[in-house]
Design a protein around this ligand. Structure first.
Ligand SMILES: Nc1ncnc2c1ncn2[C@@H]1O[C@H](COP(=O)(O)OP(=O)(O)OP(=O)(O)O)[C@@H](O)[C@H]1O
Ligand SMILES: [Mg+2]
Length: 254
């Protein structure tokens, strides 16, 4: 792909990248040519074929529904280079020995952030249910779409949980497995970042995940356990969140 003139390509192909002029506009309003180039590269690599509209606009990213060359629905998460708390992002990266290059420009930080979510998803997949990471390029991450017919499955916060004690047990088991087997903390675990697919809990949004050696890893681990225990407690789980968090923390001391 070395000799490709991406700017020329973008002129020729950008229209074909989107299923509608609305989708093209949604992209063009926020992202510049560099991101377009990343999209094109993913298309040439056969990771994505067509982008549909924006599914959700988060603080740091916009999430598009897209189609793979095989016709599968996939999710394209594009990090905005102009948004987000740049310093905070740097702090997460700095302490993580997997990402020691200490990026300085906003663009570099955001690209590391994207690579981090990709590798977190890859590592987490053996321990918890999460979307399969399909590829990334610069600030664009492609993953399995957790939904059907263009609609994402509901977030945990919007679902009635039949057995909150059991569900909490499953999530905490995942937290422990991630820590022990992958040396990984999710870092932003809550009812907003878990989707419910039938009876399965699917963890998403791994961009804040850090390696266990990160100076804030324990603090983030405890916060994850507290947040998720609080949620299930409000849903009727029987064990009080403080003692639960305490117990998990002690178990992971070893
Ligand atoms: N793989 C996926 N399949 C289906 N929907 C997804 C997937 N990943 C993300 N989403 C949807 O897009 C939303 C935003 O994604 P995510 O939480 O990863 O981004 P974010 O930038 O952290 O957003 P925020 O800053 O608001 O938390 C999710 O809440 C979810 O509704
Ligand atoms: Mg989120």
């Amino acid at each position: 792909m070395e000799n490709v003139d991406w700017r020329e390509r973008w002129k020729e192909e950008s229209r074909r990248m989107f299923d509608s002029s609305e989708a093209e506009k949604a992209f063009g309003n926020v992202f510049d040519f560099d991101t377009g180039e990343a999209l094109l590269k993913l298309r040439h690599r056969g990771v994505i074929e067509t982008l549909y509209g924006v599914l959700e606009a988060g603080k740091e990213s916009k999430v598009f529904l897209a189609e793979s060359p095989d016709g599968d629905e996939v999710l394209v998460k594009i990090y905005m280079t102009r948004a987000g708390d740049f310093r905070e992002m740097q702090n997460y990266l700095k302490g993580d020995r997997r990402f020691s290059s200490s990026p300085t420009s906003r663009k570099e930080v955001v690209e590391e952030w994207c690579r981090k979510e990709y590798s977190n998803l890859k590592n987490a997949a053996d321990q918890v249910v999460c979307p399969e990471a399909l590829g990334f390029e610069d600030n664009v991450l492609v993953m399995e779409f957790v939904g059907r017919g263009g609609r994402a499955y509901p977030k945990l916060k919007d679902v009635d949980i039949e057995n909150p004690d059991r569900a909490l047990e499953v999530v905490l088991d995942g937290v422990k497995r991630l820590w022990r087997e992958e040396q990984l903390v999710h870092g932003d675990l809550s009812e907003y970042n878990v989707l419910v697919r039938d009876t399965e809990l699917v963890w998403i949004d791994f961009s804040q995940g850090v390696h266990r050696t990160h100076p804030s890893a324990r603090e983030l681990l405890e916060r994850d356990v507290e947040n998720i225990s609080d949620f299930f407690y409000r849903q009727g789980a029987s064990v009080d969140p403080d003692s639960r968090a305490q117990r998990v923390s002690e178990e992971l001391e070893s």
